[in-house]
Write a protein of this length. Structure first.
Length: 417
C-alpha cells in the first residue's frame, strides 16, 4: 500500500505538488530477478502547472504525495523430513539466517518466513531454526519451535518423500494439524493479504500423493518424467489458486513464485541455478532419488529458479540467490488510499487525477476510469471511494522506476456545517 501525505494549496488558486525523493525496487523479471529503471512514457499529456482542475469551481486545488513502498513478501519453506535428508536439513539450518533472512532484511523488505516441516533435531531429519530468525538458539533443541512474530512461524508437520505438495494443500486450513497447535486454522493464519508469496521446496524425491480439498480429490504423480511433472504442477496450481485467489492470484496473474531445491542434475557451473526458460532437467544429482519434475514445472511456470539439492556445501550461494529473488520480487505497490480531505471539506472524487513524475522526464497525468474493466494505458480507478488502483500498464511503468514520484491531485468542496 502506498502511503499518502497531504500538501494543501494556498487559497483557491494554483497547485501545490509536494516534493521529495522516494525509493523502491524495480519490477521482478523472469526467474525472480529485476533491476531498477527510469520508467517510461505512456504517451500521456505532460503537465508542469497543475491538474486541469478549475480552482474557481472548488474550494481549493490540492495535491497529496504518495510514498512508494515495496510489497511485503511471505516465504513458505517446505522441507522433506525423510531419512535421506539429514545433510540437506543441516545445510538449511546453517544458511537460513546469514545467507537468507539477513540479506532480505538488510534491503528493507518486509518479509516473513513460514516453515512447513517437522520441528526437532537434525539427527531425526527434523529442523530447528535458530536465532535471530526464530526466538530460540536450538542448543539444545527445545520441545517446541521458537516462533518469532512477525518474522518467523513454524508449522510443524512431518513431510514425507513424495507428499510435500499435498501436505502444503492439506495444512493450509488446518486439515493436517500443526503438532503444537500454534495455528489451528492452518498456516494460512500467518499469510498477509497484500504480500507476494514465495515457496521454497527442498526434497530429493518426486511427487506421488492425494489431497482432498473442499470435497475434491487432487491426485498428483509426476512419474519422474516431464509430462507427469507438468500435469502434477498444473493440478497443484489449480488447487492452490482455488484455495485463495486473494493470496495466490489467478491463472492470468499469479501471486506466487515457486523455487525448487530438488534432485535434478547440476548445471555448469555446478552451483548455478536453472532459469525458468531453461528446459526441464530429468537427470539426477548423485544423492537424489528423483529429479523432481513437478517442482521444476512449478518453477518454470511461476518464474522461480531451480537448484540441485546435492550441492549442500554450496547452499550459501543457493540461499543468497533466492534472497535476491525475494528482494527483486518485492515490487512497488500500485494501490493507495484516497487522501483525507482537509477539515471542513470533502474530496470531489470525480476530480481526482494521478500525476506520475519519472526520474527522467516531464510529469505525466494518469486519467481516471470507472472500473478495472475500463483500464487503458495511463489510467487508474477508485474502488469503494477509498482506494486508488493504478491500472496494469501504469503500474508496470511506475514499478520500473526506482525514483518515481506520485502525486494525487484533487479538488474539494466545502462541507456544510
Amino acid at each position: 500500500m502506498l502511503g499518502v501525505s497531504l500538501a494543501t494549496a494556498s487559497g483557491c488558486s494554483g497547485d501545490s505538488s509536494s516534493s521529495g525523493d522516494t525509493e523502491g525496487a524495480g519490477a521482478a523479471g523472469q526467474g525472480g530477478t529485476g533491476a531498477a529503471g527510469q520508467g517510461g512514457d505512456l504517451g500521456l499529456t505532460t503537465s508542469s502547472s497543475g491538474t486541469g482542475i478549475d480552482p474557481e469551481e472548488a474550494c481549493a486545488a490540492q495535491s497529496a504525495e504518495a510514498t512508494l513502498v515495496k510489497r511485503p513478501v511471505d516465504v513458505i519453506f517446505i522441507i522433506d523430513n525423510s531419512g535421506s535428508m539429514g545433510n540437506e536439513i543441516e545445510s538449511v539450518q546453517n544458511n537460513i539466517n546469514d545467507n537468507f533472512a539477513a540479506i532480505i532484511g538488510a534491503e528493507g523488505v518486509d518479509y516473513r518466513v513460514i516453515m512447513l516441516s517437522e520441528h526437532g533435531a537434525v539427527g531425526d531429519e527434523s529442523i530447528c531454526v535458530s536465532m535471530p530468525l526464530s526466538s530460540t538458539a536450538c542448543d539444545p533443541v527445545p520441545d517446541q519451535p521458537g516462533n518469532n512474530d512477525p518474522v518467523f512461524f513454524h508449522y510443524s508437520t512431518p513431510i514425507a518423500s513424495h507428499d510435500s505438495l499435498c501436505r502444503a494443500l492439506r495444512s493450509y486450513s488446518g486439515t493436517v494439524a500443526d503438532q503444537y497447535g500454534y495455528a489451528p486454522g492452518g498456516w494460512s493464519e500467518w499469510l498477509r493479504q497484500d504480500s507476494l508469496k514465495v515457496f521454497v521446496e527442498i526434497t530429493d524425491d518426486g511427487v506421488s500423493c492425494n489431497a482432498n480439498i473442499n470435497g475434491n480429490t487432487v491426485q498428483l504423480n509426476d512419474n519422474d518424467n516431464e509430462a507427469g511433472g507438468i500435469t502434477a504442477a498444473e493440478r497443484f496450481d489449480t488447487a492452490l489458486l482455488g484455495l485463495s485467489p486473494e493470496h495466490f492470484g489467478t491463472v492470468d496473474q499469479r501471486n506466487y513464485v515457486f523455487y525448487s531445491i530438488v534432485g535434478l542434475a547440476e548445471n555448469d557451473p555446478m552451483d548455478a541455478p536453472y532459469a525458468p526458460a531453461d528446459p526441464m532437467v530429468l537427470g539426477q544429482c548423485n544423492t537424489a532419488v528423483a529429479p523432481g519434475s513437478a517442482y521444476q514445472a512449478l518453477s518454470r511456470t511461476t518464474g522461480g529458479l531451480r537448484f540441485p539439492l546435492c550441492q549442500t556445501a554450496s547452499y550459501n550461494v543457493v540461499f543468497q540467490a533466492i534472497a535476491e529473488g525475494v528482494i527483486q520480487g518485492a515490487t512497488l505497490a500500485c494501490d493507495f488510499a484516497v487522501p483525507e480531505a482537509p477539515v471542513g471539506e470533502t474530496i470531489d472524487l470525480a476530480t481526482v487525477e494521478v500525476q506520475y513524475t519519472p526520474s527522467a522526464g516531464d510529469a505525466q497525468v494518469f486519467t481516471q476510469v470507472g472500473s478495472a474493466a475500463e483500464c487503458a494505458a495511463g489510467s487508474f480507478y477508485i474502488e469503494a471511494e477509498t482506494t486508488i488502483h493504478l491500472c496494469p500498464d501504469a503500474c508496470t511503468v511506475v514499478q520500473a522506476d526506482a525514483a518515481a514520484k506520485i502525486d494525487v491531485l484533487f479538488a474539494c468542496t466545502i462541507t456544510p456545517d
